[in-house]
Design a protein around this ligand. Structure first.
Ligand code: G16
Length: 543
């Protein structure tokens, strides 16, 4: 087997964002682009020779091409074993589980998550470390710095590895195992949840509808929700993974999962609906004519966690990303456990999970997870809800209402302004930062600002500091407005405005979220000049 060295030229745009390097497919198709990033990764890592690498992706366009490139480079780098999903498929949580189960050195996941796929869509690549979680900032920054000066890469001159059947191959000192992407993950789910309770719920006529959005969770849903739990095939929508997600946008929210949303909001809606995203780590939960806000979903799961076998002994603590609503904080307080506030990005939960400071964590961006892996997990969240419903024998809306009656309601929305011109977005942020000092104690309508600051996080385990993590306006009555620029987009800038108010008047629990938050939405625009800076009168997406 020959190792070939290729001279390359460096690119200047390979700094990973919130979750790995995400770019358009066209960007990745540039000469040496993918190879440079992978070689930069291998060059900054240490100690992987002879160790195991997990490899897979969400099946989007360019997934298979990229996997063959990475196999050739990983063989050249000296990995002892490469575990790759059948057809190159692995959901992000399943990849995390395989890393942990195989005590692997780490894993490479190819996905641009919820971003559209296809030749004109996006692709992404990220490295997860031995704990199964996304690489920390220090490592991703080192990869980026190396990518700026990379001059060559290496690959093993081996034939294409057939990924269309489960088999073992060997090249030099490297064994390549093509594995079933679902089996180990499905077994883990069976260990965590009360499958017989969920199955009898379904056998007794509880109607569940799941939308895989033509993305990676299709095979997982068919096996776990269909075969193991008995959900009818016709209620498992869009379960064939497609390279372009069937032309859709695999983001599980009311806008993009509209087929499911329409079904769930109709008069003949099933009892329960859920969707997952491109790579299977996000989730949306719906009841009959009832949308569960992701921040509420996290809080409900935490409040009822002891009903689930895996968490029957309680939670060590919980965490949420800063822009996520404080619904989980109120639950944690009542449970007498710690609640951590981290920057946006699942990587920030890793240390807390490893140190057993937390058992559950989640984000407003439709992500929920626990210590079972080191990624958020869509199917896991669905099973949490089904397990809770099976034990409580209540509908989703009854569970939600009872939760608000006990803990109060954090009325919450996120307004996204996509495709904003980068300079305009930067100007908006700069203008806000310059004004923060003047905002304390300022009153707007009935809301008085208590604190106006830029969020910075010191990791309680390793002391690392992450600055510039979003601008917070914290009001005296508990309301909050947060401004952030997304770190996952691939063109222009996306401004995210997170708006939240705390309500304890049960007469108002059913009020329309946008109407309830109207005064705060107005205040957000007044303070940040959103319309003026973005030139947009309304948000592109509201969740
Ligand atoms: C990624 C991260 C999440 C983050 C989300 C949105 O999720 O893993 O932690 O909340 O992006 O990030 P941003 O607001 O910066 O766009 P995913 O599902 O896209 O991998």
């Amino acid at each position: 087997m020959q190792i070939v060295t290729v001279a390359s030229k460096a690119y200047s745009d390979q700094r990973p964002g919130t979750s790995g390097l995400r770019k358009s497919v066209v960007t990745f198709q540039q000469e040496h682009y993918l190879e440079n990033f992978v070689q930069s990764l291998f060059d900054v890592l240490d100690g992987y020779v002879g160790k195991t690498l997990i490899l897979g992706g969400d099946g989007r366009f360019f997934n298979l091409t990229a996997i063959q490139v990475i196999i050739r480079m990983a063989v050249a780098a000296g990995f002892g074993r490469i575990v790759v999903g059948h057809d190159g498929l692995l959901s992000t949580p399943a990849a995390s589980h395989l890393i942990r189960k195989n005590k692997a050195f780490g894993g490479i996941i190819l996905s641009a998550s919820h971003n559209p796929g296809g030749p004109d869509g996006d692709l992404g690549i990220k490295f997860n470390t031995a704990n199964g979680g996304p690489a920390q900032e220090a490592l991703t920054e080192a990869i980026f710095q190396h990518s700026l000066k990379i001059a060559h890469y290496h690959f093993a001159d081996i034939p294409e590895v057939p990924l269309d059947c489960i088999d073992q191959h060997s090249f030099g000192h490297t064994i390549i195992d093509v594995v079933d992407p679902v089996a180990d993950y499905a077994q883990l789910m069976q260990e965590l949840f009360d499958f017989s309770a969920i199955k009898s719920l379904i056998d007794n006529g509880f109607q569940v509808c799941f939308d895989a959005m033509h993305a990676i969770t299709g095979p997982y849903a068919k096996k776990i929700l269909g075969e193991q739990l008995g959900i009818n095939q016709e209620n498992l929508l869009n379960c064939e993974p497609k390279a372009d997600f069937g032309g859709g946008h695999p983001d599980p929210n009311l806008t993009y999962a509209h087929e499911l949303a329409e079904r769930m909001l109709s008069d003949t809606a099933p009892d329960f609906g859920a969707a997952s995203d491109g790579d299977g780590d996000r989730n949306m939960i719906l009841g009959r004519q009832c949308f569960v806000n992701p921040s509420d979903s996290l809080a409900v799961i935490a409040a009822n966690a002891t009903l689930i076998p895996a968490y029957k002994n309680g939670l060590s603590g919980v965490a949420r990303s800063m822009p996520t609503s404080a619904a989980i904080d109120v639950v944690a307080k009542q449970l007498g456990i710690d609640c951590y506030e981290t920057p946006t990005g699942w990587k920030f939960f890793g240390n807390l999970l490893d140190a057993n400071k937390i058992t559950l964590c989640g984000e407003e961006s439709f992500g929920t997870g626990s210590n079972h892996v080191r990624e958020k997990d869509g199917i896991w969240a669905v099973l949490c809800w089904l397990n809770i419903v099976a034990v409580k024998k209540q509908s989703v809306s009854e569970i939600l209402l009872a939760h608000w009656q006990r803990f109060g309601k954090h009325v919450y929305t996120r307004h996204d302004y996509q495709g904003v011109e980068t300079t305009s977005a930067k100007n908006l942020v700069e203008h806000l930062l310059n004004n923060l000092i003047n905002l304390s104690d300022k009153q707007f309508d009935n809301y008085t600002i208590k604190t106006a600051d830029e969020f910075s996080y010191t990791d309680p385990i390793d002391g690392s500091i992450s600055e510039h993590q979003g601008i917070r306006l914290l009001f005296k009555n508990g309301a909050r407005i947060i401004f952030r620029l997304s770190g996952t987009g691939t063109s222009g800038a996306t401004l995210r405005v997170y708006i939240e108010d705390y309500c304890t008047d049960s007469n108002q629990y059913n009020e329309n979220t946008q109407s309830y938050l109207k005064p705060l939405i107005h205040i957000a625009d007044k303070i940040a000049g959103i319309k003026m800076h973005t030139g947009m009168k309304i948000p592109t997406v509201i969740t």
